[in-house]
Design a protein around this ligand. Sequence first.
Ligand code: PLP
Length: 372
Amino acid sequence: MSEYIPVNQPLLDGNEKKYLAECIDSGWISSEGPFVERFETEMAKRFGRKHAISVTNGTAAIDAAIEALEIGPGDEVILPSFTIISCLLQIIRIGAIPVLIDSDSITWNMDVSQIEKKITKKTKAIMVVHIYGLPVDMDIILQICKNYNLLLIEDAAELIGQNYKNKPCGSFGDISTFSFYPNKHITTGEGGMILTDDDTLAEKCRELRNLCFQKGKRFVHEKLGWNLRMTNMQAAIGVAQLERLDEFIDKKRWIGTSYNTLFENLNCVQLPLNKTSYADNIYWIYGIVIEESVEFSADIAIQLLEKLGIGCRPFFYPMHQQPILRKLGFFKDESYGVAERLYKRGFYLPSGLTLTKTEIERIAEMVHKIFV
Ligand SMILES: *Cc1c(COP(=O)(O)O)cnc(C)c1O
C-alpha cells in the first residue's frame, strides 16, 4: 500500500529555519522584531502597494478592512455566495448587509454580469474574492465601482502571485487582503496582510491591529481595536517564503497542467479552465466538478478517494445556505444555482507544493478508477 497523499503540504526548505533561528538567537519573538517590517516592506514592493500591514490571519485582515473603510449598520456589501465565511463575519457583526452574487459556471468566480442589478442606494462596497486559480474580471469591477462610487475590497488570499492582465492580484482594492495559512501560495503558519495605497486607511489599520493604543497616551483609548499583531517568527518564515514565490507559482502551474493532461480523456468531470483572456490559471488548488451524468456527488467521490489514500476537500458551501446565516435571518428565499451545484459536485485534489510527478500520476490513476 502506497503512502497517503495529503490534500496539502507546505514547502519549508528554503531560509525558513535560518531566519527562525535568528529570531530565537536574538530574542525577538514578538511583533516588535525586525522581520515584521522587512516582510511588510517586501510585500508592499512585490505587489506594488504603498502600504502592507501584517496581521494574525486572512480573516482578521478582512475584519480590519471592513472597520477601516467604515462600513457600518445598514450598509450593503456585494460579494459572492461561493466563498469562505471569513468574508462575511465582520460585515454581519457590524450590522451591515451582505448581498450575494452567484458564480460563473466556468471560472467559478463571482458572475460580474449580475452585480449591477444588485446595487441599491445602500450599497457601499464590492468585495471581490478571487477563487481557486483565476482572477475575477477586474476591469468590469473597477468600472462598476467608478460608475456607482463604491469602495473595493479585494480578497486575494488564494491568488498570491497571480496577475490580472500583468497587474498583481492584491493591487486592485482600496484595501486588498492576503492569507498565509499553510495551503496558500506562501505561508507563515497563520498570518495575513492588508494592502493599500491610502495613508489614512493604512494608519487606521495599524491602529486597529494594535488595540488602538495612542501615541503619547498609550493606555488611553478613543477607539476600539483588536490585537492582530503578527509575530517576528511568523514574519521570518514569510520573508523566506516570499523569496520563493515565483518558484512556487511555477510549481503550482506545473501541478495544474500535469493533472489537466492526465485527465484529458476524463469526460465526466469539468476541469479548471487553463486560461482566460486576462490570466493564466495559477491552480492554487486543483478543483474538478463532476458532471450530471455521474450518479454520485462530490461527497462520495471524496470518500472513495480517501479510501484509496488520496486526501481531498469539498468546495465551499455557499453563504446563502449557511445554517447560522439563515438563522440570523439572511438570504431567506435566495438561491444561487451555480454556487449550489459547485458545492454538490465540486471538490479538489491534492494541490500542495511538495507533490511529485509519481504522486500526481497515482492520484490521476485513482480518480480514473472511481469514475469507471
Ligand atoms: C484562506 C482564505 C481566507 C481566510 O484566511 P485565514 O488566514 O485562514 O483566516 C479568506 N479568504 C479566502 C478567499 C481564503 O481562501
